[in-house]
Write a protein that binds this ligand. Structure first.
Ligand SMILES: [Zn+2]
Length: 452
């Protein structure tokens, strides 16, 4: 049987690569975009379904390049509401150490459902907590991805440098390097899909310079090279981290990154704030990717990522909501809006445009994840789409629909398509009982902070 052809006809607006006329809409055939139709045009071949998109703004499905799903259990927790990174982490580690398989499953569903409803089709998570009993954390997350029908690059995180060895995390939250390397190999072999259209991918992601040994950083870089998978970590987030690197390694964090074999295009870093110009040039020359996380950076008062300098130097820049203990929303449209405003303070209004921040949340994040088949609407690319209806009070009186999504603050997609299938229709996720999920997730969230 031939794949179904759907014509998303005459959209109110559509975000396409420059100089591309898609006013007639697009045709999706099976899991792929087949045609982009200019104003007044018709599909080249007959379509099975015509969807009237005259009220919809069509974006490529958004891609979230950094998160910690489990942290949805500790959103807006009073003891850390007003703390910067290091004391924030020290207070939260003992709470997070009580994470259970059931709680992680619920937290992952909540984070992804919130992202999906915001127009996100591909997620990346950085999970680095494997306390006793939670050895299958990534397997649990993969189940949640499949339930929601999204795409994901799940990174196998790790911590092996405990407090007693000069690290930040308490001993009972860390694992030894053999366990980490073996489990990383197992996950890549079992789950990692390659090539266009991949639904599940695995990356390797030691947590940060202050929670992982130098040796493990080196071994994981070698393992990622052999397995040909992406590498991810936190870097350049705060001044505290720079001081930590200077006092423990005798060097700044980019020198450390190079020393441990991480200064290359397989790598993308979360945050990337505290770099000098010479370090930015080196990161750019190596095409190390940077995931900008504006809300988290503002909430923890970490600083402002030099996004445009990094791009000009050659680094791909994408967008991420970061974990929900430092955001506390998992909404990528909201994040794009915050990116626009925060970055305008640094680079000015002419430089930071709505197109630019939508580009970070789509094609930019796709590059961070090493993908060329998503992040853009063009023939042959995956049919991952987010459709917004800019209606209601917040949009009343607005003129340019694409700009209005960012400036008026669109937060909920009306429809979301992943690989040619509608996962969200009329603002609802197919097959997910959200009130029931919230009930269970709330109970798990209360449970995890008990006894603190
Ligand atoms: Zn993070």
């Amino acid at each position: 049987m031939a794949a179904q052809r759907i014509w998303l006809k005459n959209p109110l607006a559509i975000a396409l690569p420059a100089h591309c006329d898609g006013r007639g809409g697009i045709v999706v055939e099976g899991s792929l975009v087949d045609e982009v139709i200019p104003a007044g045009g018709q599909p080249a071949h007959p379509c099975d379904v015509v969807f009237d998109a005259r009220e919809h703004v069509v974006l490529p499905g958004l891609i979230n390049a950094h998160h910690h799903f489990y942290q949805t259990l500790t959103r807006a927790w009073a003891p850390v509401v007003n703390k910067p990174l290091f004391p924030w982490l020290k207070t939260l580690y003992p709470v997070w150490a009580r994470l259970t398989p059931e709680a992680l499953a619920l937290a992952s569903q909540v984070a992804m459902a919130e992202l999906l409803l915001s127009g996100c089709t591909t997620v990346s998570d950085h999970h680095y907590l494997f306390p006793g009993g939670l050895e299958s954390a990534i397997d649990i997350q993969i189940e949640a991805v499949n339930q929601l029908g999204m795409r994901a690059l799940l990174t196998r995180g790790s911590m092996n440098l405990g407090e007693d060895q000069g690290g930040l995390p308490p001993r009972h939250t860390i694992q030894d390097s053999d366990t980490i390397l073996e489990d990383s190999l197992r996950l890549v072999k079992r789950y990692h899909q390659r090539g266009p259209g991949a639904r599940i991918q695995i990356g390797l992601a030691p947590c940060s310079p202050f929670s992982v040994t130098r040796e493990l950083m080196q071994e994981i870089a070698r393992q990622a090279e052999v397995l040909d998978v992406r590498l991810h970590t936190h870097l350049g987030e705060t001044d505290d981290e720079t001081q930590y690197c200077l006092s423990h390694f005798g060097q700044r964090c980019v020198d450390y990154l190079e020393d441990v074999g991480w200064l290359n295009s397989r790598v993308w870093l979360a945050h990337g704030i505290h770099f000098d110009q010479q370090e930015i040039a080196r990161l750019g020359a190596a095409q190390v990717g940077i995931c900008h996380c504006p809300v988290s950076n503002m909430r923890l008062a970490s600083g402002i990522c030099p996004t445009v300098d990094l791009e000009q130097a050659g680094s791909p820049v994408g967008l991420g909501v970061d974990g929900s203990a430092s955001n506390d929303a998992s909404n990528l449209m909201y994040e794009a809006r915050q990116a626009l405003y925060l970055q305008r303070l640094r680079y000015g209004a002419e430089v930071i445009t709505p197109e630019r921040v939508i580009g970070w949340a789509t094609s930019g994040s796709a590059r961070l994840l090493g993908r060329t088949d998503i992040g853009e609407i063009a023939p042959g690319k995956q049919a991952d789409l987010a459709l917004f209806r800019p209606q209601g009070l917040a949009f009343s009186g607005s003129h340019s629909p694409l700009d209005a999504l960012i400036l008026c603050g669109a937060q909920q997609a009306d429809r979301v398509m992943v690989a040619g299938e509608w996962r969200v229709t009329n603002g609802e996720i197919a097959g997910l009982d959200i009130p029931a999920l919230i009930n269970k997730h709330q109970a798990a969230a209360r449970q995890i902070i008990r006894q603190v």
